[in-house]
Design a binder for this molecule. Structure first.
Ligand SMILES: Cc1cc2nc3c(=O)[nH]c(=O)nc-3n(C[C@H](O)[C@H](O)[C@H](O)COP(=O)(O)OP(=O)(O)OC[C@H]3O[C@@H](n4cnc5c(N)ncnc54)[C@H](O)[C@@H]3O)c2cc1C
Ligand SMILES: *[C@@H]1O[C@H](CO)[C@@H](O)[C@H](O)[C@H]1NC(C)=O
Ligand SMILES: *[C@@H]1O[C@H](CO)[C@@H](O)[C@H](O)[C@H]1NC(C)=O
Length: 536
């Protein structure tokens, strides 16, 4: 352990790292991998990278999706493994353990805190991008999806086989299946169908012993845990088998924007009515609302607040216009505001592709722009009063950059028990808030300024959101809500973020599963599920 810790220091702190020491770690790891995979070193060297390998940097950068973690001072992996077989992963687990190194697993790299490729301790990063096959079985209306596949690839594979099936997961096509599904991912069919994890029927994982387990072999405890409890605490997820859901031939989308002066109450009435309608209207309709500060000429350069609704409906425009006239009259939706399209076209629309773009664009893995950003989350359980909304508009205008995204719940989410999966935020939640701030200026000053801004709004929102615990969404990773230092109080530290992400009962159950399947806490990271002390 001491030589490795030393090596880690020279790698990150010194300007002239000890390449000899690193070569020796690399060689020891390579030999261990060779022994455990019975593969020639020449083949292994093309899937194992040290910082001195010519393609280390390009491999590392390929799935960094946030410019904040793309700097020279960002903590980097000691080694990167890009497995092409399950056996490579089992061997990586055993060899990392032998060398006293941690593991981080990256699928799509979208973690908002970069936890799939950053760590304070020496680690091996397993990058899953080679393991991305998708097999759609029409007879069974299901699909096996490898962890390294993206959501766009999943939607594309389904569309190729059937125009009548879809899958209720996230709206960003480059998000990875491995992180997204294990974290309880959702998309614009959440009110009709619930979460991606509600459709997982089987899975394959490599555990802390390096064994490959399917649902039957892992047992129902672990199978429960990896449907929303996060994959990183339990092993390396290889694949999920998911049930697909029916989608009609025609779906409808619309986008409506309202900009108002902050001091008028018209936006307030509009958002207040959205709060009543969005979580209770027809389950087939998802109306996401963005609240952003805008500075417009019309308001003489004064900063005001703008609301944008992006909506998706599993049906035709006529029906939608007719029930919204009753449920949300202040929207005043007209048929001309709506676009009818196929489900796969709606996927492209939500991902901001131009009209007419081929679904093949969903296979493009490089569409994210390299910007800086951070996120937080909250749940709203009682409608925010009109006075409260006005205070929030003033605060947003004053801060100037941070915005809120309201994602309505209700529908199917009210029908699934909060303990069916680790994802506890079901009935009783009107909507989830995502706090969102993105910027383009590099450097610690900008970073500090915008992180301070998002924290300030989060703090201001305290009276309006869920309490005891103040809940959060694991997939909107936020390390401000607590981290684990793996000391004597590992469980107490874990509780701080664990109760927020999963609720008390689910967190305690996750801890029990974790203690049973990984008693040595090999798979530990900043916000992982802790184990119970062995003596207890
Ligand atoms: C642009 C953008 C849009 C988004 N849109 C949505 C959305 O619509 N709905 C939604 O629910 N979320 C959304 N998210 C959040 C997203 O679901 C999470 O960030 C998710 O964890 C990303 O998964 P990933 O595989 O891409 O990320 P990664 O960074 O690769 O992984 C995220 C976490 O999962 C772990 N992990 C990844 N793969 C494995 C594996 N194979 N085995 C074990 N552990 C693993 C990582 O170690 C890390 O802790 C979005 C994020 C971004 C950046
Ligand atoms: C990371 O930095 C490299 C080099 O400056 C750049 O080419 C790449 O686009 C950056 N990626 C992200 C996500 O910031
Ligand atoms: C998209 O393009 C088609 C064909 O070019 C056109 O008929 C349709 O109106 C367009 N839709 C939108 C929303 O612009």
């Amino acid at each position: 352990m001491i030589p490795l810790a030393f090596l880690f220091l020279v790698l990150h702190v010194s300007s002239s790292p000890s390449s000899a020491a690193l070569d020796s770690t690399y060689n020891t790891f390579l030999q261990c991998m060779q022994k455990n995979t019975k593969t020639q070193p020449s083949q292994l060297s093309s899937i194992i990278y040290s910082p001195y390998s010519p393609s280390y940097t390009s491999v590392l950068r390929a799935y960094i999706r946030n410019a904040r973690f793309n700097t020279t001072t960002t903590k980097k992996p000691l080694l990167i493994v890009t497995p092409t077989t399950e056996n490579h992963i089992s061997a990586t687990v055993l060899c990392a353990k032998t060398l006293g190194l941690r593991i981080k697993t990256r699928s799509g790299g979208h973690d908002y805190a970069g936890l799939s490729y950053i760590s304070d301790v020496p680690f091996v990063m397993i990058d899953m991008f080679n393991l991305r096959s998708i097999t759609v079985d029409l007879a069974d209306q299901s699909a096996w999806v490898q962890a390294g596949a993206t959501l766009g690839e999943l939607y594309h594979s389904i569309w190729k086989k059937s125009k009548a099936l879809g899958f209720p997961a996230g709206v960003c096509p480059t998000v990875g299946a491995g992180g997204h599904i294990s974290g309880g991912g959702y998309g614009n069919m959440i009110r009709k169908y619930g979460l991606a994890v509600d459709y997982v029927v089987d899975a394959k994982i490599v555990d802390a012993k390096g064994s490959v387990l399917d649902r039957k072999a892992m047992g129902e405890g672990l199978f429960w845990a990896i449907r929303g409890g996060g994959g990183a605490s339990f092993g390396v997820i290889l694949a999920y088998k998911v049930k697909l859901v029916p989608v009609p031939q025609t779906v409808t989308v619309f986008k409506v924007q309202r900009t108002q002066d902050v001091v008028t109450d018209r936006l307030t009435d509009f958002v207040y009515q959205w709060q009543q309608a969005a979580p209770t209207t027809n389950d087939g309709l998802f109306m996401r609302m963005l609240i952003q500060p805008v500075t417009s000429k019309a308001n003489k350069g004064q900063t005001t607040v703008r609301s944008t609704i992006n909506a998706f409906y599993l049906g035709k425009a006529d029906e939608l216009v007719s029930f919204l006239a009753k449920d949300f009259p202040l929207l005043g939706l007209k048929k001309e505001d709506c676009t009818e399209l196929s489900w796969i076209e709606s996927v492209l629309w939500w991902a901001n592709f131009d009209n007419g773009t081929s679904p093949d664009a969903l296979l493009d893995r490089d569409q994210n722009s390299a910007i800086f950003g951070t996120r937080k989350s909250d749940y709203v359980q009682t409608p925010i009063s009109k006075d409260g909304l006005e205070l929030i508009w003033k605060k947003i205008a004053e801060l100037g950059k941070v915005g809120l995204v309201f994602n309505p719940y209700g529908g199917r989410m009210n029908q699934v028990s909060p303990t069916a999966t680790p994802f506890s935020h079901r009935a009783g939640n009107l909507f989830k808030i995502q706090y969102s701030i993105s910027w383009r200026e590099p450097g610690p000053e900008a970073d500090n300024k915008y992180v301070t801004q998002i924290r300030s709004l989060y703090s201001y929102m305290t009276p309006f959101v869920s309490k005891n615990p103040r809940s959060a969404f694991l997939n909107y990773r936020d390390i401000d809500i607590g981290v684990n230092h793996f000391g004597a109080n590992s469980y107490e530290e874990g509780k701080v973020y664990g109760y927020k992400y999963f609720g008390a009962a689910n967190f305690d159950r996750l801890v029990k599963v974790k203690t049973a399947v990984d008693p040595d806490n090999f798979f530990k990271s900043e916000q992982s599920i802790p184990t119970l002390p062995k003596s207890a």
